[in-house]
Ligand binder design. Structure first.
Ligand code: PGA
Length: 250
């Protein structure tokens, strides 16, 4: 069901002790009565600390990546079963850093999505264009093919476990944010494409987060757009105070 989500993508930040401190502080400072789903996505090594500490709270934990195979000779990789065994039921897939630095393609990501869903996991799937795509007015097209090639093979029922995150690559970690209007344009476009591929109900039930230099100061305006259902936060999710302020704007 569509709802507001604020998720923190920690990337390669925080060791075990720092994770423990963060979750303790987050529990203490969590706003009351906000109808926002809060998720943190620490590195693999800290997932168990997070799930154990957050077990009796309503703060969720996601992984930042996952391998598509069930298991086997894939040195350095982590499977869906391993994530589930430490209490992680949500995984971020298709982040632009995975696409850019680890050469993850739409086709590979389709495989990862299938594996995650087979394990009844929820996927936060990232899409987004590069600066050149936007300059060449190809941004809608690029995002369309990311959706089509990685997600549109799924049956309608699978969409209960899909959350989307629109993250323009030029806005990630750069301090440059899409304007609320640019975000709204893309989110509305994505929803329309889901409605065309499936139906209006699936489109209306899908949460679409915005990501890319979201901060306490700009989150309220971005989140207020009708097709923006919260955010996927990088840098500003690393400090409890900033993260809580963003949650408060959700
Ligand atoms: P940022 O990262 O908020 O630091 O721009 C967002 C993301 O990569 O998910």
């Amino acid at each position: 069901m569509r709802h507001t989500i604020v998720a923190g993508n920690w990337k390669m930040h925080k060791n075990a002790a720092e994770t423990q401190q963060f979750v303790n502080d987050l529990i203490e400072n969590m706003p009351n009565g906000k109808e926002v789903e809060v998720i943190i996505a620490p590195p693999f090594t800290n997932l168990l600390i997070a799930t154990q500490t957050l077990e009796h709270t309503n703060i969720g934990v996601a992984a930042q990546n996952m391998h598509q195979a069930e298991g086997g000779a894939f040195t350095g990789e982590i499977s869906a079963d391993m994530l589930k065994s430490v209490g992680v039921n949500t995984v971020i897939l298709g982040h632009s850093e995975r696409r850019q630095y680890f050469k993850e393609t739409n086709a590979l990501l389709a495989n990862k999505v299938d594996t995650a869903l087979r394990h009844n996991m929820r996927v936060i799937f990232c899409v987004g264009e590069e600066l050149n795509d936007r300059k060449n007015k190809q941004h809608l097209n690029v995002v369309y093919y990311q959706l089509k090639d990685s997600l549109f093979h799924l049956p309608k029922s699978a969409w209960n476990n899909i959350v989307l995150a629109y993250e323009p690559v030029w806005a990630i970690g750069t301090g440059e944010t899409a304007t609320p209007e640019q975000a709204q344009e893309m989110h509305q476009y994505i929803r329309e494409q889901i409605a065309i591929q499936y139906d209006k109900e699936v489109a209306e039930n899908t949460s679409i987060l915005y990501g890319g230099s979201v901060k306490p100061e700009n989150s309220k305006e971005i989140f207020s757009k009708p097709d923006v259902d919260g955010g996927l936060i990088g840098g500003a999710a690393l400090k409890v105070e900033d993260f809580v302020n963003i949650i408060n704007n959700g």
